[in-house]
Write a protein that binds this ligand. Structure first.
Ligand code: ADP
Ligand code: MG
Length: 707
């Protein structure tokens, strides 16, 4: 749906906006009044009544009325100049400070005895509260407070919006032009939300929501508004999220109507494999497998995400799906993010497939005899190909690809998913992730995938005991490690590897390995594993560790995912504070794979940081990957979590998928129900939805199926 003509009015037509201001606004992405309406306040300021100085609390913005007692330039102990004015009312006094100021101008304006309304954020320094760079509204000679407030009814006596700004635009100016814009133009906004949805969800019409968001009703609770709990915010967010979810529902539907492969399930290989295993499937594995089977048997392509905490046995589920594919005489491609992981999958899968008489190949950029491998894949002789990105390279041709499996989805983008799909004729796609995806993200980033969750660990695992150990007590860590090894167990020591400082981090890891080998554990077998080693070296080291020929493996995060050595019972993570929580959880998942009690030791620096401690404490208290991922998301924000930016979704201008999780859920429910009942959007009143969707999703939504 096109934006109504009125809303395309350039900002220059707004009263008070000249060419210069228009240019500044354009810089912040505001060219038209439509853009402006969507610049919602960051927060709201309560100026319904003024506070008394005694009641000002650090950390919030206040306005109060007072009298200047003194005002003069000063110098800090560090030699920095600042200007200070002391202002008082009948309840107390407060220091106002400027660190950038014009001495003459300040001196002239800030005369003792002058009265005014002062507005700013209160901060606390030691025992003293102060306000930096406040705004001021001076009282005229003999004017009382009520008169000052009445003089500027736009800025006093109400709840004020606080807007994001750009250089050359002050808060006051921004408020003025926004007020003008909202008053004149919000009426032209047309909503497309179906009436029954709007009514059920009790959302305000868009014009009302915009007016209310920019100029809240004086009876609103400011705290609620600031938490995004106001009705206006909820309504605008719902509108946005509804169309996001409509798009996802249609995408999913689009896949569902494509022609795919209808596999037959005869259990020729799967039954045999289950007999070979020394254990039986968990209930969760069984359930997820039957969901996958159902998808595979349907004549439409599968697009399913299997999500499950580390160690829950996803690989096995993928292998069983692969075997169904093979028994139908189709090929399987399994793609992992690192060579090491691909190799490990290969070894695991190969072990079983050999006994079943199925040929498996490993394909990475460094694998040898690649020409032959490629030939065998093209001829169809190779049934299962395990590899890295190499699998989706152009020169790789499959004879008959029926299933593509992507392990650790968050390392790959949608592009890779699409490339893998193109290697066959609408093959089934199975995506696996060990990174627990918080609900809000699985409803957006992966919203077009059907979701299966393996929410159960194989029996006999003992919970991992996690401790934070400070650098000053490093020896305690050493004795835990020695203790475990004396019982015949093995240990990991993990070093962070950050891209910017990769070289020095690598050096640190290698030096640590040497230090441990020579000085701390001269009697033990210590080896190092890092990303700069060749694939063959890595494999040899990993194998030696697996076989028990190495006691302590010092590794950089290359072992982050998927490595499986049940005899390893200690995981030491150096500089734990440098890792994300989800990453720590992944690492920790490398131990606790057998029935022995396992421990994880998080090493942190000498210095305490309250935030850092609190963050790591989450690891001590929880072993639930979902809870940890939620906490991580809260701390770090969704920005770079799982590479959401690559996900190809429309921008969200209002909604915040963290804060608005509840709204998101409602919007998803409504949108999916609507698409379910009217997949082609033909019902009267639904045609407008189509054009609105086209508009909001731009080219990102291929709606071929609804024409
Ligand atoms: P994930 O990839 O989900 O982290 P894996 O597939 O690597 O987990 O499985 C972890 C370990 O658990 C492997 O050694 C695997 O053989 C084993 N395993 C898988 N399923 C079961 C089961 N049902 N019972 C016991 N062990 C299992
Ligand atoms: Mg795995």
């Amino acid at each position: 749906m096109e934006i109504p003509q009125e809303l395309k009015t350039p900002m220059q037509f707004i009263k008070g906006v000249g060419p210069k201001l228009a240019e500044a606004l354009t810089r912040m992405g505001v060219a038209t009044v439509h853009d402006a309406l969507y610049v919602l306040p960051n927060r709201y300021e309560d100026r319904r009544e003024l506070k008394r100085i005694r009641d000002l609390r650090p950390g919030a913005t206040y306005s109060f009325f007072g009298t200047v007692v003194s005002a003069q330039p000063m110098v800090t102990k560090g030699g920095r100049k600042y200007f200070e004015a002391i202002v008082q009312d009948d309840s107390g006094s407060l220091a106002l400070k400027w660190f950038h100021f014009h001495p003459m101008f300040m001196k002239k304006n800030w005369e003792p005895g002058r009265r005014g309304i002062f507005i700013g954020e209160v901060s606390q320094f030691g025992f003293q509260r102060e306000m930096h760079h406040p705004e001021v509204e001076w009282a005229g000679e003999g004017e009382d407070l009520a008169q000052v407030m009445a003089r500027d009814p736009d800025n006093f006596g109400r709840i004020l919006p606080v807007y994001p700004l750009t250089e050359g635009v002050t808060q006051k100016v921004m408020r003025k032009i926004m007020r003008e814009t909202v008053q004149r133009y919000s009426r032209y906004v047309t909503g497309c939300l179906p009436a029954d949805v709007a009514e059920r969800q009790k959302v305000l019409s868009l014009p009302v929501a915009f007016r209310e968001a920019h100029a809240p009703d004086p009876d609103s609770k400011v705290a609620d508004l600031n938490l995004g709990k106001g009705e206006a915010h909820r309504s605008l967010a719902f509108d946005e999220l509804f169309f996001l979810q409509m798009g996802l529902a249609l995408k999913r539907r689009g896949i569902a109507v494509e022609d795919g492969i209808a596999f037959q399930v005869a259990h020729r290989y799967t039954r045999e494999l289950l007999k070979l295993l020394p254990f039986s499937l968990t209930n969760a594995q069984r359930r997820v497998l039957s969901e996958i089977k159902e998808d595979m048997m349907s004549p439409h392509p599968m697009h399913r995400l299997v999500q499950g905490d580390v160690g829950c046995g996803k690989t096995l589920v993928a292998l069983l799906a692969a075997l169904i594919c093979v028994e139908n005489d189709y090929q399987v491609a399994i793609m992992a993010p690192t060579e090491l992981l691909a190799e490990q999958h290969y070894l695991n899968i190969h072990k079983y497939c050999e006994q079943l008489g199925i040929s498996v190949a490993l394909l990475t950029s460094s694998s040898k005899g690649k020409g032959d491998t490629l030939d065998r894949i093209a001829s169809g002789e190779t049934k299962i190909v395990v590899g890295t990105h190499a699998v989706i390279q152009q020169k790789v041709e499959f004879h008959r690809l029926g299933l593509g499996v992507i392990d650790e989805q968050h390392r790959f983008g949608v592009v890779q998913r699409a490339l893998l799909k193109k290697k066959g004729e609408n093959p089934d796609i199975l995506v696996m992730t060990a990174t627990p995806i918080p609900r809000t993200l699985s409803m957006t980033v992966f919203g077009d995938l059907a979701l299966s969750v393996i929410d159960e660990l194989p029996p006999g695992r003992t919970p991992i005991e996690t401790r934070i150990v400070r650098e000053s007590r490093r020896n305690e860590m050493y004795s835990v490690v020695r203790d475990e090894i004396s019982k015949g167990r093995q240990a990991y020591v993990i070093y962070p590897l950050v891209e910017e400082s990769e070289k020095s981090d690598l050096k640190a890891a290698v030096q640590m390995a040497e230090h441990l080998a020579n000085d701390i554990f001269p009697d033990l077998r210590v080896a190092v594993l890092h990303g700069r080693m060749t694939a063959a070296e890595k494999e040899a080291t990993m194998l030696a560790f697996k076989k028990g020929d190495i006691d302590i493996l010092v590794a950089t995060t290359v072992i982050e995912v998927g490595i499986d050595v049940p005899n390893a019972t200690v995981m030491v993570i150096e500089h734990a504070e440098r890792f994300g929580l989800s990453q720590l959880h992944q690492l920790r998942g490398r131990v606790g794979r057998g029935s022995e009690r396992s421990r994880c030791i998080l090493m942190t620096g000498f210095q305490r940081s309250e935030d850092g401690d609190k963050r790591l404490q989450v690891m001590v208290e929880s072993t639930d990957g979902f809870a940890i991922a939620e906490a991580d998301l809260e701390i770090r924000g969704p920005g770079d979590f799982l590479g959401t930016r690559q996900a190809g979704l429309p921008d969200l201008k209002v909604a915040d998928i963290l804060r608005d999780g509840g709204v998101l859920e409602q919007a998803r429910k409504e949108a999916f129900a609507l698409v379910e009942s009217d997949p082609e959007l033909r019902a009267p009143g639904h045609e407008r939805l189509k054009s609105e969707l086209m508009y909001r999703w731009g080219g990102r939504l291929e709606l071929a199926s609804i024409g």
